[in-house]
Design a protein around this ligand. Sequence first.
Ligand code: NAP
Length: 289
Amino acid sequence: MIGGATRIAAVFGDPVAHSLSPAMHNAAYAALKLDRVYVACHVTPDRLPAALRAISALGFLGVNLTVPHKQKALKIVKRLSAEARMLGAANSIVNRNGVLYGHNTDARGLEFALRELDVSLRGKLAIVIGAGGAAGAAIVAAQRLRARRIVILNRTRARAASLARRFAHISNVSEIQTAGLDQLCDRELMGDAAIVMNATPMGLKTARFAPLDYRATPRDCLFYDLIYAPQATPFLKPAAAIGRPVADGAAMLLHQGALAFRLFNGRPAPVEVMRRALMNQLGRVARRR
Ligand code: NAP
């Protein structure tokens, strides 16, 4: 029951009605019997400064930020974690006694999702498709899994080059290179890949994915789509059809949410409860992979 003492957490986005975060967080509050509620707020970019100010005015526990607010929030929230600074984006804003702190749980969320799949990239090649905020999280996750080489493939090569420069100094293990999307059909490059991660909206906002030589990849090459959807995405479908391991971004969403839950509530998240709620929303059976 929502009552006079109920505390509020939220997600701000534009659009936001599709967000699966309320289902995950509210399931966690119910399981832990916490008098807290998590809501979705439709916040347009021009209203972001006012909406962020309202967090402390209204005494919210904190908010998650989704498209298109993650980068813009950095200019508004002054106290930032090292991770948010490094990624150039904040996806979680925590209210500590009226003071806002910006964090980013996307890269750790993806790293945890990959570790759950027993992915080890030590000495191997990781291919990241895209050069936006999600690609940054994918690069950092690959660096933390100790990939030897990371190749960023992007439609706009200049953007890939600028992302490579941003993350080049983070790891002394991983070498970062960049190229255009045509390299998805380069047999030599694809033949060396241990993982291919899609960090673009291709397949979500478009019906098709870019041409990619799936057969050139090694049999155990993991195809990871940061997009999550009830059905296999256009990026994953051809990989699954020839027996390559595939996974979508549902587990990344789960783990970034679980990390945000901890930041908002000061206690560990009931991850399996959140996983069940998320999988239920996606029409899937919850299974720790
Ligand atoms: P973004 O900043 O808008 O970046 C989009 C990237 O995709 C850019 O590099 C862009 O290339 C490329 N792109 C967009 N449309 C394209 C097209 N039609 N053909 C080829 N390339 C295209 O987006 P983002 O925030 O990084 O997010 C990317 C995806 O990651 C989203 O779809 C989202 O679903 C997913 N995501 C998932 C999670 C999760 O928890 N699972 C978290 C964050 C994001 P240019 O540089 O050439 O424009």
